[in-house]
Structures are given as C-alpha cells and as structure tokens.
Write a protein that binds this ligand. Structure first.
Ligand code: ATP
Ligand SMILES: O=C(O)[C@@H](O)C(=O)CO
Length: 417
C-alpha cells in the first residue's frame, strides 16, 4: 500500500504526517507536485479549508491526480478534528468529489482524535468534556462551530446520504463493524459516521475498513491505519529525519484558540513579546518593517521573540464592533506574510507558528513546498524542515500542544528530547 493524504490545511498536514512517521511510515509532505522519492505515504498539504467550495474541490481533485501519479493506491482526506467548516463549508463537497472520482459508493467520516480529547459519541463531536458547539470553537473567527451533530453539519453542505455506526457496535469489534458497513452500503449510505472514544476504537475501525479506497477524518485514524499496515507489511518503527538546530528564530501566533491564548500567556513571561495592532495592519504600510526590526533586535535572547495577534473572545467581539465589515483577519495574514518575507531576507530560518491559516501564510511566503518530518513535540505537532534544509518550522494547529509548548519546542534544539 502507498497512502496518499490530502490535508485541508498546513497544520493538519503536519499533524497527520507526524502520526504516520510515528507509526513507522516513511512520509514526505509537500504542497505541490514534487519528486517525492521512495516513501510509504505522501501528505499533500493544501489550504482549502476556508475557501469557496468550487475551488476547494478543484484543488483536492488535482491533489488526488498527483497522488495517483505517485503510485498511491489508498487515499485519506484529512480535515480538522473539530470539523472546522460552515454551512457553505467544504468537508461535504470535497468528500463527495473524491468519493466520486475514486468510484467509491461510501467513505468514512472519522474526525476523532482521542489523544487530543476529540471524541465522537452517537454522532456528536466532543472537545474535552464538552460538545463541540459548547467548546471555545464556537468563537472561532473563520469557522465558528454552532452544531456538534456531524450528520447535520454534513447535510447542510452536501446531498450525500449519512449513516452511523454507534459505539455499541464498535465495541463488539471489527467483524461487527464490517457487518454494519455492509448494511449501510446496502441502504445507499455515502458517509459512514463512526463513534470513537479511544485509540482502541480507531484500531478496530482501521481494521474493518482496510478495503476502503478513501477514508476521511482527523489524524486519529492514521494511528489505526499504521497499526494495521505495520502488521501486514511486517515493518518496525522510524527515526526522526533530522535534528533541529538553534538558528535565528521567531514565534508567530495568529490563532485566537483557547490553547493558543494559554500558550501565549505562558510564553510572554519567558521571552520578549509584541502584540500586533489591528489598526496599523489595516493602514500603516511600514508596519511589517517595524515589526521585523523589533524581531531582529531581540535575537540575543535564549528564546525566540513572540509576535502575536491572539485575542480573547471578548477582545475579538470588541474588534468586531470597532472594525465592522472590514476584513481584519486578512489584514493580519498580510502582515504576517510581509513579516515572514522580511525576516527570511535577514536570515531568520526558524519559524514557530500557531494557527492553521497563519501557518499556511508563513510556509507559502517562504516558498517551502516539500518537507521532512522531525521529532514530535506534542501529539499532532512535529518539527518539520524544508527538503533543502534551509527552514525549520513548527506549524501548530491553534488548539494543539500543552501550555508550555512554545518553550518545549525550543528545548528540543540539538536533539534534546
Ligand atoms: N486579533 C484578531 N482579529 C481578527 N482576526 C484575527 C485576529 N488574530 C488572528 N485573526 C485571524 O484569525 C484567523 C486564525 O486562523 P488560524 O487558522 O491561523 O488559527 P486557528 O483557526 O485557531 O488554527 P487551526 O485552524 O489550526 O485550529 C486568521 O485569519 C487570523 O488572521
Ligand atoms: O485535526 C486537527 O485538529 C488539526 O490537525 C488541524 O486540522 C489543524 O488546523
């Protein structure tokens, strides 16, 4: 088997690539068609989570064509473990398009990632001990999640037929799951939504769906898939592909997620930090340059300087009132793109980034389009390095990692674990 993954954002791509590597698969991650060489899995990192659905479908199909050319024969559409999407969102349409292109009547819908406390029960998605729609995800600036029932979210996005396999069946093992899948396929179900409360459930589901050409989900299922793969291919583990070096560095926090807020608050006590000014992002053409100068002036410290746009829900609400319809999020993304370009010009080679969209902006600006996967910092976040070795990056999903994450990442320089 050669696995081809289509990830809907950069941090999601890093997330799943880290689990594939930890599971023993030699994995290359890329954001355009490149020579991947010999490997067991290719992760194509796109930026299609929050763009118009026609464009998302087109890019996903192009990625599928590339992965097929590379000899992949199983496919995995990776989206967010918190199912980030809106009623006009892309998870349904992209799943449908991939399913149709691969001539599959049905696929799995499996966002769960139990190690990071994303679980599914009776078709409802939970984050920690709360329903998704009660969790801080309800305040997300781009994809506020107001519903937790996966079938309902999918129905608002696509006409595909949804069905469930609940936890009582999963608990009975892979034969029972296989039987349930056959039943749902006979009923014409296209999206099989699976309950998952722990890693054992993922292993059971992966076992039962070995013959699925297409699966979809968060990165959790990758753990199950690699477990089955190691057994069938009789393969062992894998070493991290490189050692992270201490170089000129910056931390860029563009996420307002609950965990990012804690990480920023913790890190601010340890390292120089600068909060960006939204108004200046909108109307000061020199702003990027000024911030770049500040970052370069703070390279003499042990820890990298932090530039952050991270705000609490109350501050975001105040901003909404203050700026009305003006697209502040895009202005911030433009600022981070400019800052990245200026810093790279001045020899900054280590970028530690928080937020999926923000990571996409940084990686695209640096022109990095193929990566090796290094050591895992926390579940779902690994160090990555451009194939040519120039840039060392952390592309962190907003909500991932422990409170000390930004420090912990830098404590791993020179092979320390
Ligand atoms: N102070 C702010 N005001 C308005 N928008 C902001 C502010 N800070 C960040 N944003 C925007 O919010 C969006 C955050 O998206 P991003 O994907 O980077 O983080 P995230 O959604 O928390 O991460 P993930 O998708 O990995 O969970 C970006 O477009 C960013 O520019
Ligand atoms: O699945 C997740 O939660 C993350 O990998 C993600 O998608 C980051 O944007």
């Amino acid at each position: 088997m050669r696995l081809g993954v289509i990830a809907d954002d950069f941090t999601g791509a890093v997330d799943i690539a880290g689990f594939l590597v930890a599971g023993g698969m030699r994995t290359v991650m890329c954001s355009r068609a490149v020579q991947t060489g010999d490997c067991d899995a290719i992760v194509m990192s796109l930026k299609i989570r929050s763009i118009p659905k026609e464009q998302a479908v087109e890019q996903a199909l192009a990625a599928l064509a590339f992965l097929k050319e590379c000899g992949c024969d199983r496919f995995y559409y990776k989206y967010c473990s918190t199912f980030d999407s809106t009623a006009e969102g892309n998870i349904g349409p992209v799943s449908d398009a991939l399913r149709q292109a691969l001539h599959c009547s049905a696929t799995l819908i499996c966002p769960a990632l139990p190690v990071n406390k994303r679980t599914v029960f009776h078709g409802y998605l939970f984050v920690n001990d709360e329903l998704l729609s009660d969790s801080p995800m309800r305040h997300h600036p781009l994809n506020p999640m107001h519903d937790s029932k996966l079938a309902r979210i999918l129905s608002s996005q696509s006409p595909a037929k949804n069905g469930h396999i609940y936890h009582d069946v999963i608990k009975r093992g892979s034969d029972a799951v296989r039987q349930a899948i056959d039943g749902l396929k006979d009923e014409g179900v296209n999206n099989i939504i699976v309950d998952v409360v722990d890693d054992e459930d993922l292993a059971c589901i992966a076992e039962a769906t070995q013959d699925f050409t297409l699966v979809t989900g968060g990165s959790g299922l990758a753990q199950g898939i690699t477990e089955v793969w190691r057994r069938t291919e009789k393969r062992g583990g894998n070493e991290a592909a490189f050692v992270v070096e201490k170089r000129k560095a910056v931390v860029i926090a563009g996420s307002c997620s609950a965990m990012m807020q804690k990480q920023v608050a913790y890190y601010k006590k340890l390292a120089p930090s600068l909060s960006i000014d939204e108004q200046a992002c909108l109307d000061d053409p020199e702003y990027g340059k000024n911030i770049a100068t500040w970052v370069l002036d703070h390279q003499d410290q042990d820890l990298a300087p932090l530039v952050y746009a991270t705000r609490s829900p109350i501050e975001l609400e105040e901003n909404r009132k203050k700026f009305g319809d003006v697209d502040v999020s895009s202005a911030i993304e433009h600022l981070f793109a400019r800052l990245t370009a200026l810093l790279a010009e001045k020899g900054v080679q280590t970028f530690i980034v928080g937020g999926g969209e923000t990571s996409g902006v940084v990686a695209t600006t640096l022109g990095v389009d193929a990566y090796r996967i290094g050591a895992q910092i926390d579940p779902g976040v690994s160090w990555v390095r451009s194939l040519d070795g120039t840039y060392q990056l952390v592309l962190k999903s907003g909500n991932f990692g422990s409170e000390q994450f930004l420090l912990k990442a830098q404590e791993m320089y020179d092979g320390n674990t």
